[in-house]
Design a protein around this ligand. Sequence first.
Ligand code: GLU
Length: 465
Amino acid sequence: MIVTRFAPSPTGYLHIGGLRTAIYSYLWARKNNGKFLLRIEDTDLARNSKEAADAIVEAFKWVGLSHDGEILYQSERFDLYKTYVQKLLDEGKAYKCYMSKEELDALRAEQMAKKERTRYDGRYRDFTGTAPLGIEPVIRIKAPIDGQISFVDGVKGEVVFNAKDMLDDFIIARSDGVPTYNFVVTIDDALMEVTDVIRGDDHLSNTPKQIVVYNALGFSVPRFHHVPMILNPEGKKLSKRDGATDVMEYQKEGYLPETLLNFLIRLGWSHGDQEIFSLQEMQEWFDPTDINKSASAYNKEKLLWLNAHYIKTMPYERIIEELKYFGVDIGLHVRKEVLVDAIRDRAKTLKEFASQVQQILDAPQSYDEKAVEKFLTKEAMAVLEDYLAVLIAKGMMSEASEFEEFTKAFLEEKGLKLKDIAQSLRIAMVGNSVSPSVFEVLSIVGYNEVIKRIQNLIQGVRVES
Ligand code: GLU
């Protein structure tokens, strides 16, 4: 069985780079009818917080990636980790090191002066003497001194580290007894029976250390897939200036979770030249060995394009639900579907969508000066006044098609064209000359309110003669 996991450290928010590896892990597990687990790596008590952990879980819920089983919190497992520290001590695979901070600093300085790699020199590895007084020891693992640590990475192929360039007897428990990062990650991955670790390649240098721990504890080593970073279009580390890095920012900016998933999966993986994938397709086609070897560049245009696609194709109920987040509730509007259809091709984000909806629903408080100047000529105002009179005389109408038919008949009778009235109607309805199809807008605004808005415009705008 394939078991994957996502193991974020809660230091602030869920980063899109993290979410991307989560998606890959999710897809690989689901594709293989395996398990996808969630583990919060909150052992760094100074940097981690419950709020940050909750924020990650919330972001995870927003994108809709379900995980199997309970969330595992590392902070609740200290006692368990300590038993493994003890096991290694008992088996002589780890040892207490009494080196003081001053000694360690001196060793570092000496190695740097000699332009050597700074590393612990193993001086307590075979220590049998009496422990120096007043020093709480750290626990170090006996790492291989020579030889190589190698593994076949699902993305990068064979990766080889020389022990002497990479390793030393690294610390597995600090002097206060707190176990260290690489140690606990290994224990958890082993106990959770993770078969495939998919993570950012910023963790590549941790992997040989983790392999040392797997070997020492007699656990089997999982497959690793190290995913190259997401870079900005200039090839540098992605920063907030290039685009939001916090997953929840995407919700605030009006992106759909589907968009973000689709966007992120494509940043680093492809299937022919297809751009839009349903979750089903992603699941069917994704394989971590197809992840690109080189870093991928964040592309804001693509993100907007994808979002526009999902907005265009989203069911009504879903859009109506999503708009509530932006304070717009059209659930009870009689023409809610016309309203959604009128706007869905014109908004790239839900935020824009909501503001365009609002613009139609609220009577204009003012009129765009340029539009007024350009379109509301004396003739245009006269036409609008005639139109109003005939509209009132005609009586109630509701559908966009009825407004269209009525307007066309009116224009024909007067020997006019649609352009002679369309813009003034738009200005009356929404305050400027940009809106979806004018007949749809009239139908959404509703007969009585249409009359009121035309009257408002006629009263509000004085045209110089
Ligand atoms: N907690 C690590 C991080 O947030 C991930 C560790 C891992 O995936 O092995 O970067």
